[in-house]
Design a protein around this ligand. Sequence first.
Ligand SMILES: C[S@@+](CC[C@H](N)C(=O)[O-])C[C@H]1O[C@@H](n2cnc3c(N)ncnc32)[C@H](O)[C@@H]1O
Length: 178
Amino acid sequence: MLFQIKSYLQFLWKSKNEHAVHSPFVFTLITKCFYDRKPKADYRVLKKYRNSLLENSNTIEIKDFGAGSKVFKSNTRPISKIAKTAGISRKRAELLFRITAYFQPSTILEIGTSVGLATSALALGNPKAKITTLEGCKETARIAQEQFAKFGLTNVNSVVTEFSTTSKPSTTNRKPST
Ligand SMILES: C[S@@+](CC[C@H](N)C(=O)[O-])C[C@H]1O[C@@H](n2cnc3c(N)ncnc32)[C@H](O)[C@@H]1O
C-alpha cells in the first residue's frame, strides 16, 4: 500500500499537462483530439448503438477463443451481458471516435469485432474509411452485422474468421530487406 501511495505521488510530481509539450504534432493531438470535451452528434449514435445491445435480452451460443471467461459460466450468453463485459467502454469509444476523426485513416483493420462497439466508433469517426473487422465467433459476428445494418454503417466489412487462418497483408508496398 505504501509503495502504491509513493508511486502515485511520484507520478503526480513528474506528470505534466499539455502546456509542457513542445512537439506541435503532439500538442495539437492532445488539445484537439484527446482533450476535446465538446459534445458530438455522433456520440448520441454511439449511445444508441450501445443501448440497443444492452436492451437485447436474447442469448447466443458463443465460441470461446480464450482461456474461458471469469464472468460467464456457460457459452450461452445474453447479448446484453456480452456488450457489458466484452466491449469497449463509452469513454473509450468516444476517444476512438475522435482519434479516427482526427487522423482520417482510409483503411482500418480491427482484430476482434465482438458485437461491434469499437467498430461503430471507427465507422462513425471516418465514414469514408474502408473498415475490415475480424471475428471468429459466427453468432457474435451475426449480431454485429445486424447492428451495422440497423445503424447504416455501410463502410464496415465484417469477416468471420479465426485470426490465425486469415492471410497476411500484401507485401507489395514494403521496402525490400537489405
Ligand atoms: C475483447 S473482444 C473485442 C472487443 C471489441 N473490439 C470492442 O471493443 O467492442 C475480442 C473478440 O475477439 C474474438 N476472438 C478472440 N480470439 C480470436 C481468434 N483467435 N480468432 C478469431 N476471433 C477471436 C472473440 O470472439 C471476441 O469477440
